[in-house]
Design a protein around this ligand. Structure first.
Ligand code: ADP
Ligand code: MG
Length: 708
């Protein structure tokens, strides 16, 4: 990458494409006017001056003040890319990285991937011409593997730092060390108002610059009673607001926790309004369309073009955006007058005692509640409806959201840091240290998968695992598959596990789609079912029509295909062989077992399983191929666990207990049970705790020795 001499950046704006030239010119002028009205633009020269004068600057500004969209452009205009360097801007979320890059490309007047691009895991929309690169913080962290000094960049903007994502926190530590040897590198940390002081202290008292913002008063309305069903209450509140306020008064932004309740809210609201309309008109048949309201969801699994709809104006219609936390600070939607806040968020929560990482719906923090409410006061006075009581705000909510580093499994991060030469996370500079128990538990996990040796050093397998942008269990499956002669197939499985749901199950055609899904089932394995789906799609020339007929998500499959291409290129680069096992699929199950031996369960009772390590009671998810395929297998491994009213396991594969013993030797003891003939029973190894303590001690000792 880089620009040759004489090819230095030009500030001449090119129209996006020829036939759009006319339309673009008009909207381009409009966009430039809008840019100039942003609070960040008003302090442009002060901002650039403070950045020239200091290596690290913390920039604070209200959401919507132009930090994300303007800063990188200012830097480019100030000549930071002229010597061929890049400006990098990190985002904690994929959706935000894509969306803001698209917006900035539009503002600059180029196509995405040209001068302005983005890079998220498995999707790189940059080229040699790119000067402003938006990316997830995870991507920048990975870039250190190939370029320890980050030579390509001369400015890094770490955006949305207040989110305190795991990768952001780790990047801070790395930058703290890097900045002294890269004096020419500028680091700009942007943050909503919370946390800014701590960032400044962390970087030795770096200057803080506040973008003066205009905010308007927001009236806060708490719920008087605790709310039992927040989707239902939201629907009631939103329809009341819509019907009792003229459309011109403003739009509604609703905060929900995830895809499921967002969809339920969108549909419920639509149904309710149609119902009310038809009663008003005193008609029996309801209109199926609403003429004065546009209800738009936004969550990460939505395709980018659908996501972008939330930004489009809706003339003569009220816009209702139903969003995840993404709209809290990452994305700014103009024209919001009313906010409805369900009071919950979906967060990753790690329980080191049982070694379980899960997404849970938990109450938001006070800081989050205030950010959410603030979204109603951007363009004028607004109202925020909180679906929780004032008492619960003061009594049940944390002041700040707990940073991800303190509530997540650290295996992946530790593996990467070891690869970067950081041995001891406890001695690594961090704003908030993780609980010691999670470090130890993650080290133990890495040791059991064979990524660390008894002294806590990376093994050859560990080094290879670290070079894949995959969770350790998946990279191990892939590597073991290569040794066992089925990596061709495992590549497909791992790629299919890296995309959102491939089966499509529309509400009105559930039965039909379930039947279609059944036709792909490999009764002993969901992993193999995914392999089967992909193989048949390939046999049908990767056709979109075929997907549609078979109730498969074409976009997900296409994405899996692209991930597969990238992973196989990586394998070739690392000289890891790609071989097919032909019709032998048992060896594939064995390799799946090698990566998932800690996620194993034994049948106990009619359709219940018991997790072998922690004794949790589990059920196979009704969507699994194993479900209803006759007798359930005695032992299974699984890819994911869903914590709902029941603990479900999903993407499940039947395994031989002897494989489990082989690959999970640390976890399991075999004993011949007398009550069942010749049956090998596996039990969580009694000595596990003992073993774990021993390993912990030796890892700790090894770390201490190294430091001395
Ligand atoms: P900040 O990062 O300070 O929160 P942004 O730079 O994201 O602010 O947004 C600045 C302004 O740009 C917003 O007020 C909004 O009006 C506009 N904007 C941002 N993204 C888009 C988009 N995709 N479409 C239309 N307008 C946008
Ligand atoms: Mg922003």
């Amino acid at each position: 990458m880089g620009i040759k001499e004489g090819q230095v950046s030009s500030n001449i704006q090119k129209p996006i494409n020829q036939n759009q030239e006319h339309a673009t010119a008009a909207s381009f002028a409009e966009i430039q006017r809008m840019r100039k009205s942003l609070p960040a633009y008003k302090v442009r020269s002060e901002l650039l001056q403070i950045i020239r004068d200091h290596q690290v600057v913390i920039i604070i500004g209200e959401t919507g003040s132009g930090k994300t969209t303007q800063l990188a452009q200012f830097l480019k205009e100030d000549g930071y890319c002229n010597d061929g360097h890049l400006i990098g801007c990190t985002q904690p979320r994929r959706v935000a990285a894509m969306s803001v890059a698209t917006r900035v490309a539009l503002e600059v007047g180029v196509e995405i991937g040209d001068e302005v691009g983005y890079s998220i895991r498995f999707e790189d929309k940059t080229s040699w011409r790119t000067k402003i690169k938006f990316m997830t913080d995870g991507i920048l962290l990975r870039e250190f593997v190939t370029s320890k000094m980050l030579e390509k960049y001369n400015c890094i903007i770490m955006d949305e730092a207040h989110e305190r994502s795991l990768s952001t926190d780790i990047l801070f530590g790395i930058f703290k060390n890097l900045l002294s040897s890269r004096k020419d590198l500028k680091l700009i940390v942007t943050s909503a108002t919370m946390n800014a002081n701590r960032f400044s202290q962390f970087f030795g008292g770096a200057p803080m610059f506040t973008i003066p913002g205009r905010t308007h008063p927001v009236q806060i309305v708490f719920s008087r009673q605790p709310v039992s069903d927040y989707v239902e209450s939201t629907i009631l509140q939103a329809s009341k607001l819509h019907l009792s306020n003229p459309i011109e008064s403003g739009d509604i932004l609703i905060f929900m926790t995830g895809q499921e309740d967002i969809e339920a809210t969108c549909e419920g609201l639509k149904e309710r309004l149609i119902d009310i309309n038809s009663k008003k008109k005193n008609r029996n048949s309801a209109d199926s369309e609403l003429s004065d309201i546009e209800i738009l969801p936004i969550y990460s699994a939505l395709p980018a073009d659908v996501q972008n709809k939330v930004f489009e104006p809706t003339p003569n219609k009220r816009k209702v955006v139903v969003a995840t936390n993404i709209a809290e600070t990452s994305l700014t939607i103009d024209g919001i007058k009313f906010v409805i806040d369900c009071g919950y968020v979906k967060l990753k929560v790690y329980n080191p005692q049982i070694g379980l990482d899960s997404l849970q719906i938990v109450p938001i923090s006070m800081a989050s509640a205030n950010q959410r409410s603030g979204r109603a006061g951007r363009t004028g006075p607004g109202v925020a409806y909180r679906l929780f009581t004032e008492d619960s705000y003061f009594d049940d909510m944390y002041v700040q959201t707990i940073p991800e580093i303190q509530r997540t499994n650290l295996s992946n991060t530790i593996l990467l840091l070891r690869h970067l030469g950081v041995r001891d996370l406890m001695a690594f500079p961090l704003i908030d240290p993780p609980p010691e128990q999670s470090i130890i538990s993650s080290l133990f996990d890495l040791w059991t998968v064979g990524a660390l040796d008894n002294f806590g050093a990376l093994t050859k397998l560990g080094i290879q695992m670290a070079s894949f942008p995959l969770q350790p269990s998946l990279s191990k499956m892939l590597l073991i598959a290569s040794q066992s002669g089925c990596s061709e197939e495992m590549l497909t499985i791992v790629s299919m596990l890296s995309v959102p749901q491939v089966f499509y199950r529309p509400r009105e055609r559930e039965e039909e789609s379930d039947q279609a899904r059944t036709r792909f089932f490999v009764p002993e394995s969901d992993h193999l079912t995914l392999l089967n789906v992909y193989a048949q799609w390939k046999a049908n020339s990767y056709s979109a029509g075929w997907c549609k007929r078979n109730f498969l998500q074409y976009k997900s499959l296409q994405r899996a295909k692209s991930i597969r291409v990238q992973l196989s290129a990586l394998m070739q680069k690392k000289s890891i062989s790609i071989v097919s096992s032909g019709t032998d699929w048992d060896v594939i199950r064995k390799c799946i077992c090698s990566g998932s031996a800690d996620q194993a369960a034994r049948l106990s009772g009619l359709n219940k399983y018991v997790q072998l390590r922690n004794g949790l009671e589990l059920r196979v998810h009704p969507a699994s191929a194993l479900f209803g395929a006759g007798d359930l297998p005695s032992y299974v491994v699984y890819h994911e666990m869903l914590l709902t009213s029941n603990e479900y396991i999903n993407v499940v594969t039947a395994v031989d207990p002897l494989w489990l013993m082989n690959y999970g030797v640390v976890y399991y003891n075999a004993s011949r049970r007398v009550d069942e003939e010749e049956d090998v029973g596996l039990y969580a190894a009694e000595s596990k705790q003992h073993l774990k303590d021993e390993v912990d001690v030796s890892i700790e000792q090894a770390m201490m020795k190294k430091e001395l």
